[in-house]
Design a protein around this ligand. Structure first.
Ligand code: BGC
Length: 445
């Protein structure tokens, strides 16, 4: 139990005890049902944003809230671990034990379905005003709704998953034109050049981090094989070695296998921001990472287009991989009014324009003040309106069932450690069969 919650409960018990003595009755001390006691003006927010860029962004959002609601005491509960893999375990435990946090970060869509199915989320239709509906792109609005058509999530951003980050000075020094890296063969050639030149001291050109970042990279490789394949994958249709598109899944595993020849040997123990730090230090030249990486370059004072640059992951230039962070309002929480206020700030133009310029994402609202966003995000904004395809991330909770995603990461971790591509492809297909009944959405990308 968190310290602040404990304090609040102690206060409530003291009030009941005093009331009992005053009227001279014998009573059984039973806490009133949630929502019937006077609400203490406090707010507990769970999130996993602990890297330099992430922390700066959530601080800016909370500052925005505190300016509007100065009497509310905010308690942040930060659970480190990129991609939220650690925090989700904790949230599940709390929610299923009937101790819901006031509000928590999660990825929009499939990832919160488990709580929706267990009837643990409050409908937040009142946050989704006509103005908000008009401002949020349909693809993001849709995944904020439950199967009953009501809203259960408030998006705070839109991250792009399929970004290849590069150290611009290293590439320039080695005569590599990043704009030419639009196919995997071109990318392998660039990596081989860097190694062969030896002048930058780079032996492993691609910075990779811990297991979930391997799954992240794999997902982009799979998209590069073709949007039809990706669509079949997130519809749960690549469920056996004889399924249509199975050959493409195998190709993706083989491409990924090739990629592992170029990654750092210490990947398994490196956080995602540790991988980006390797790119910044010049130990590596590339990284495949979502655009939360931009927050780290920003914190390092690096200038997009000068010190570092970005292109789509080879083969995905006309695609935008969607990663959407959102906040929830569980049922039976201690501070429902404060949560409504918080969700209002999360949904607001000002809140999003305080948060996203530091986070690396673009606003989940089309009416953002784009002047507040830096050079990388200007390119992301332009791409968001120009790309041919959007694809929802599986690794970041929107594209496919959560259990499928949870089991996918170790398979890609094993592929990274040397398991054969053919074994991995079959195992991924078997996962789709195992969780067949959880695939409740049919995507048309
Ligand atoms: C989240 C980002 C976060 C990243 C690394 C992603 O799953 O959507 O907001 O910055 O993980 O922690």
């Amino acid at each position: 139990m968190e310290p602040k919650k404990q304090t609040i409960i102690i206060v409530l018990v003291a009030v009941l005890a005093t009331a009992g003595i005053a009227v001279g009755v014998t009573y059984v001390l039973v806490a009133p049902p949630p929502g019937t006691e006077a609400e203490v003006d406090a707010l507990e927010i769970y999130h996993w944003w602990t890297s330099g860029g992430e922390a700066a962004a959530i601080t800016a959002l909370i500052d925005e809230f505190e300016t509007l609601y100065p009497d509310t005491t905010v308690q942040e509960v930060q659970i480190a671990g990129g991609g939220g893999f650690e925090m989700r375990v904790k949230i599940k435990t709390l929610m299923l034990a009937g101790q819901p946090p006031d509000t928590f970060q999660i990825h929009n869509g499939y990832e919160w379905t488990i709580f929706y199915d267990a009837n643990l989320l409050d409908n937040i239709d009142h946050i989704w005003t006509t103005a908000l509906k008009a401002a949020v792109p349909d693809v993001v609005e849709d995944i904020s709704k439950g199967p009953d058509g009501h809203y259960y999530a408030v998006p705070v951003n839109i991250h792009r998953s399929n970004v290849l980050w590069y150290n611009a000075k290293v590439l320039q020094y080695n005569g590599i034109n990043p704009a030419s890296l639009t196919s995997w063969p071109a990318f392998w050639a660039a990596c081989d050049t860097l190694i062969a030149n030896g002048t930058s001291g780079i032996t492993k050109p691609v910075a990779m981090g811990e297991q979930w970042t391997t799954a992240h990279a794999f997902e982009q490789v799979l998209a590069s094989v073709g949007i039809d394949t990706y669509e079949a994958w997130i519809n749960g249709e690549i469920d056996s070695g004889s399924a249509t598109h199975y050959a493409d899944l195998l190709t993706a595993c083989e491409i990924y296998d090739n990629l592992t020849d170029y990654i750092n040997t210490d990947w398994a123990g490196l956080s995602w921001d540790g991988a980006i730090a390797d790119l910044i230090s010049g130990d590596a030249a590339f990284s495949i990472m979502g655009d939360w990486a931009n927050g780290e370059f920003y914190q390092a004072g690096w200038v997009h287009g000068v010190d570092y640059g970005t292109i789509g992951v080879p083969g995905t230039g006309n695609m935008y991989g969607l990663v959407v962070d959102c906040f929830e309002k569980p049922k039976n929480i201690l501070h429902p009014t404060a949560v409504d206020n918080w969700l209002g700030v999360v949904a607001s133009k000002d809140g999003q324009d305080a948060f996203n310029p530091l986070k690396g994402s673009i606003s989940a609202r089309t009416d953002a003040d784009t002047g507040k966003y830096g050079a990388y995000q200007q390119s992301a904004l332009a791409d968001f309106s120009a790309v041919t395809y959007m694809f929802p991330s599986v690794v970041h909770g929107s594209g496919a069932p959560e259990a499928f995603n949870t089991d996918l990461s170790p398979l890609i971790g094993a592929l990274t450690s040397g398991t054969a591509a053919s074994t991995t492809a079959l195992a991924i297909a078997a996962l789709a069969a195992t969780y067949a009944s959880d695939f409740i959405k049919t995507w048309s990308l």
